[in-house]
Design a protein around this ligand. Structure first.
Ligand code: MRU
Length: 338
């Protein structure tokens, strides 16, 4: 698998995912501010991966050997994208590592803590893959949305981790990947990952998913998440909610796959999740080429919220939440593996 973030002690080398699949190029971030800028500009993306990068951003800030510098870095990193709670989760983990550390030792301690954070996400991916594959029947034809794969995490991915492991077990017959307008994470990144591993896959535009469920057998929809509220509402890439409605209508199980670092117990329900709204230009243009009349207006919501009642199960590294409700979420956070 391609290296998408590389820790260099004095910098974080980041694969520029905006250029994939045409070109492989890296950007070097030497400060927490540069890491935050890379996250904001979508150089790297995906909730678990931006969490890991924020941890390394804190390690870069630690070179200033001051708590004030760490606090300033935390503010800019958490503000880089508002929806994924993994940023705050990672920054909190770095503050816990820094607590009680003499200033001179901050760089080494935080670099180690960031490495550990990255490695734990890798392990969670593996565990979610194994747990999630238990839900998948042999010969399954599945739909996924956005990119919840290796490029979005530190390991095999969340939703794509389940798909990879299920494929390894001989259970996946075909994957349909939503294109995912406007950043095209599905066509550019998910297809790139799946095709690279010989997993049979087909690209569909976002608006084709409901039709496909109607005219063809689909056995499961499998997606990742950027934040899961305490009641089990699942926030993910824009278009996920529509996919979940279509899945319920067609009696197709809808699975969300996310590490517990994506669960935000402080957010009671999905209505409280801040939805990133990005520049309208990203909708009005494709690769810099206008696709609407000059002066046209557009909205660009980055994410939407799928109500818990439409989610068949949430797969975490600690176990599977099913049915999806507040008590299931509380139990998984308490470490009750089911
Ligand atoms: O805007 P992006 O590309 O960061 O959005 C990514 C997603 O919505 C993923 O589905 C989510 O982060 C889960 S990734 C493991």
């Amino acid at each position: 698998m391609i290296k998408h973030i590389i820790w260099k002690k004095n910098s974080l080398r980041v694969l520029d995912q905006r250029l994939l699949p045409r070109r492989v190029a890296y950007i070097d971030c030497r400060t927490a501010e540069q890491v935050a800028r890379a996250i904001k500009d979508m150089v790297l993306r995906g909730a678990p991966l931006i969490g890991c990068s924020a941890a390394y951003g804190m390690a870069l800030a630690a070179r200033k050997r001051s708590t004030t510098a760490l606090q300033a870095a935390a503010r800019v990193l958490v503000a880089s994208r508002p929806t994924a709670v993994n940023l705050a989760h990672a920054v909190d983990a770095m503050f816990r590592a820094a607590a009680g550390t003499p200033p001179q030792r901050l760089p080494a301690v935080l670099a180690r803590a960031a490495e550990a954070y990255f490695r734990s996400d890798l392990d969670y991916n593996r565990r979610m893959g194994i747990l999630g594959a238990r839900l998948i029947r042999k010969g399954s034809r599945v739909i996924t949305h956005c990119n919840a794969g290796a490029l979005a995490t530190s390991g095999i991915g969340t939703a794509l981790g389940v798909i990879r492991e299920s494929f390894r077990q001989g259970k996946i017959a075909h994957v349909y990947a939503d294109e995912t307008r406007p950043y095209l994470q599905g066509s550019r990144l998910t297809l790139w990952e799946l095709m690279g591993e010989g997993i049979p896959c087909t690209l569909i535009t976002d608006s084709m998913a409901a039709h496909l469920m109607k005219v063809s057998r689909i056995d499961a929809v499998i997606v990742g998440s950027d934040r899961i509220a305490a009641n089990g509402d699942v926030c993910n890439k824009i278009g996920t909610y529509g996919l979940a409605i279509a899945a319920r209508h067609h009696k197709v199980p809808f699975y969300a796959v996310a590490p517990t670092s994506t669960i935000d117990p402080a957010t009671p329900d999905g209505s409280r999740i801040p939805i990133e709204e990005r520049s309208a230009a990203e909708v009005l243009e494709i690769s810099g080429i206008p696709i609407a009349p000059k002066g046209a207006r557009a909205r660009h919501f980055g994410f939407d919220v799928t109500p818990a009642r439409l989610v068949t199960a949430i797969v975490t590294e600690k176990g599977v939440v099913r049915p999806v409700n507040a008590s299931g979420i509380a139990k998984i956070l308490a470490g009750m593996v089911r």
